[in-house]
Design a protein around this ligand. Structure first.
Ligand code: NAD
Ligand code: DAU
Length: 400
């Protein structure tokens, strides 16, 4: 696979490019100023936000290489011509919040299954057009069919009590969100096997950073804490996640696009495996806010206890993350402090209805969260200590 195929002068179709990770990919690729052109296809659900593309749109040199199309990946009329004009399709589009998939799963299936099918089918058609001699460059040369990259998640492995998931492990999703992502991956595999399309899959771990929608743990707790509002911690708070800074996730996706082997799946691990309690304690330390804001609330049904990814295959491609957790968290807090207008606009409108539905009863029945001394002793702003990320084993086994 030639890296140049997706380099300077290439044209990438980025679906879901107005969301959290997709917009980071768009901003970072355009900022390279290497001539890559991007089309974003996004139907701007509650999670999509054109403001996430503002930094690129404000730079004339970048704006000239960015086209925004508002549309649904499940609509073949919209998708067909865009895929025909692309060198690669990167599918970030999804309903992405586990709690919402428990409340209302249908949109997850439409985007995660039908949407993926429509994109794959358009790629299959382009491969057929190439074979029949119809797909050509403006100069009349054969133009390779688009490579398809499916952005997936560590959640497809289900809850992993010990060890690290490798790419060949069975899929065992446990939430409607994770099931929709696993279904999307299986469709990709079927198109590779049956139709021979060029496709790769990435499975990233929990991502955080600027422009993260405030429904998710880290931005919810930052923005609530800035307003001295309660922080609703599910269950015992000893669930473990491996945190990945957003530009590392977007960079790894770009790396797999260029270097990955067709038909292959690549885990993208984070830089820090931590309990939720340890994350919250570190956040409060950075924000200089008290632990008394934290409320223990009823747990998420089917809550996955732990995710952990083995990154050997990605490392063998030559990719390494660059941002450690303590640094990334500080940058994230700084960004939310400096961009109040961005998150206050989201926490308006429909937000209150969602918040009441998700948290109203939980918070009414909540109790003050004890500061788990074992978990909090694992927390340090010392980068050396936090990159090693000591998830306190005593704390986590005690709760299992
Ligand atoms: P997000 O919710 O912030 O953004 C999703 C974007 O997709 C939004 O802009 C939304 O408008 C768009 N979208 C949704 N349905 C669409 C449709 N039918 N047609 C067109 N656009 C549509 O999500 P995110 O956190 O940026 O996640 C991006 C991708 O990465 C998702 O596929 C998610 O499953 C995956 N992922 C996320 C994480 C994480 O921690 N956030 C980790 C691993 C993988
Ligand atoms: O692991 C990758 C996944 O990470 C992605 O595929 C998902 O799109 C993304 O949303 C994220 O899923 P999680 O469910 O792990 O993220 P969330 O931020 O919702 O929750 C992180 C942890 O914090 C989880 O254990 C649940 C807990 N939590 C979350 C919220 C929103 C709380 O305790 N309280 C909360 O209010």
């Amino acid at each position: 696979m030639s890296a140049d195929r997706f380099g300077p002068g290439s044209h990438l179709l980025v679906t879901g490019g107005a969301g959290f990770i997709g917009s980071c990919f768009v901003r970072d690729v355009l900022a390279r100023d290497d001539g890559t052109r991007l089309t974003v296809l996004d139907n701007l659900t509650y999670a999509g936000n054109e403001a996430n593309l503002r930094p690129a749109l404000d730079q004339p040199g970048q704006a000239a290489r960015l086209r925004f199309v508002r549309g649904d990946i499940a609509d073949p009329e919209v998708v067909g011509p865009l895929v025909a004009d692309a060198d690669a399709v990167l599918n970030f589009a999804a309903e992405s919040h586990v709690d919402r998939s428990i409340l209302d799963p249908e949109a997850f299936l439409r985007t995660g299954v039908i949407g993926v099918h429509v994109l794959l089918d358009a790629c299959r058609r382009e491969a057929a057009r190439l074979a029949s001699g119809e797909r050509r460059t403006p100069a009349g040369d054969p133009r390779p069919a688009p490579r398809y990259l499916q952005v997936s998640t560590d959640e497809v492995y289900g809850s992993v009590e010990t060890g690290e998931s490798v790419e060949s492990d069975p899929l065992a999703p446990r939430s409607p969100y994770a099931a929709s992502k696993a279904a999307g991956e299986l469709l990709v595999r079927s198109y590779v096997v049956t139709h021979g399309i060029d496709a790769v899959v990435t499975r990233g771990s929990n991502t955080y950073g600027p422009y993260h929608h405030p429904e998710k743990l880290i931005p919810l707790f930052i923005t609530n804490a800035l307003e001295d509002q309660p922080l609703p911690l599910y269950g015992d708070g000893l669930q473990q996640r491996d945190w990945l800074y957003v530009s590392d996730h977007a960079g790894a996706i770009d790396w797999v696009l260029r270097q990955g082997r067709s038909g292959e799946t690549y885990n993208i691990p984070g830089a820090a495996e931590m309990t939720n309690r340890a994350v919250v304690a570190l956040l409060l330390e950075i924000l200089d806010k008290p632990w008394s804001l934290v409320r223990t609330v009823e747990d998420r049904p089917g809550h996955d206890r732990r995710y952990a990814l083995d990154g050997t295959r990605l490392a063998a491609l030559g990719w390494h993350n660059t941002v450690d957790f303590a640094d990334g968290l500080r940058r994230t807090v700084d960004w939310f402090r400096a961009n109040e207008d961005w998150w206050r606009a989201i926490k308006a409108g429909d937000w209150d209805a969602y918040y009441e539905r998700q948290y109203g009863r939980r918070l009414a029945a909540s109790s003050a969260a004890s500061l788990n001394p074992a978990a909090s002793s694992a927390v340090s702003l010392n980068p050396a200590a936090s990159s090693a990320v000591s998830l306190n084993p005593a704390g986590s086994t005690a709760a299992d």
